[in-house]
Ligand binder design. Structure first.
Ligand code: 6GU
Length: 241
């Protein structure tokens, strides 16, 4: 059983999340558990204070070191992650590593940050992208979702993990479902051919074309075989027709 522990000042945000969709189903199958932990349980003043004004002045509040240390102490043995925009950008590769690190403790930073002296108590810091959230809660949910789907048995079909975008370094190919004609647009003929090899080749070509057009940064890193080059060439031709 993979265990996520989430330290947050908003534990209630995780109640519906842990019950919904894939995460909830995996929870009932006892493949994983999401345990929200209220940071305020680790304070001892009447107001359950978790933040204070920054030394040196300035706007916003800083999360106090003491409750953080107490909460982490109570959870020793976990792999401890601080969620912060200053962390390493989350990738599929990092997610695969985290999927082997249960119990995984996710600490949701709030306000303007955490006291610098508490940062050393974490094993690593992770961000989910170059934008600013008010707190790490949504980032923690992103990490839980990314990691959960890599846990054996959580996804219905384990092939879908391997085939996906980013695992192969390329974006996903275009998908279609019924009806065959929608708003004057038909489904590409090859997908109706029943020829598995042709379908596979077409999808690879489309995935490469998409990656080239939309994510040149990813495309640059792909190591293309001669077949890949031919399939991309074909996809470019099909587009120009
Ligand atoms: Cl992990 N936290 C916050 N507050 N903002 C973020 C983030 C994390 N990742 C991207 N933006």
């Amino acid at each position: 059983m993979f265990e996520f522990r989430v330290i947050t000042i908003f534990p209630e945000l995780f109640e519906s999340f842990r019950e919904a969709s894939l995460i909830g189903k995996a929870g009932s199958k006892e493949l994983l558990k999401v345990k929200p932990i209220d940071l305020r349980d680790f304070t001892d003043d009447r107001h359950r204070t978790v933040d204070d004004a920054p030394y040196g002045g300035g706007s916003g509040m800083v999360m106090k070191a003491e409750p953080i240390f107490k909460a982490l102490e109570k959870n020793e043995g976990c792999h401890k992650v601080l969620l912060t925009p200053q962390g390493a950008p989350l990738t599929q590769k990092i997610a695969h590593r985290l999927a082997g690190q249960s119990p995984l403790l996710l600490f949701c930073g709030r306000y303007e940050g955490v006291d610098e002296r508490a940062r050393g108590a974490f094993d690593e810091e992770i961000s989910i992208g170059d934008f600013v959230l008010n707190g790490g809660e949504v980032a923690a949910m992103a990490v839980i979702e990314v990691v959960s789907r890599l846990i054996p048995g959580v996804l219905g079909n384990s092939e879908s993990i391997v085939e996906e975008s980013f695992s192969l370094g390329a974006l996903e190919y275009p998908q279609y479902t019924r009806p065959e004609m929608f708003d004057g647009a038909s489904v590409p003929h090859v997908l109706l051919s029943g020829n598995h090899k042709r379908v596979q080749d077409w999808r690879r070509g489309q995935a490469l074309l998409r990656t080239r057009d939309r994510r040149p940064d990813l495309f640059e890193k792909l190591e293309l075989s001669q077949l890949d080059r031919n399939l991309l060439e074909q996809a470019i031709e099909d587009k120009d027709k």
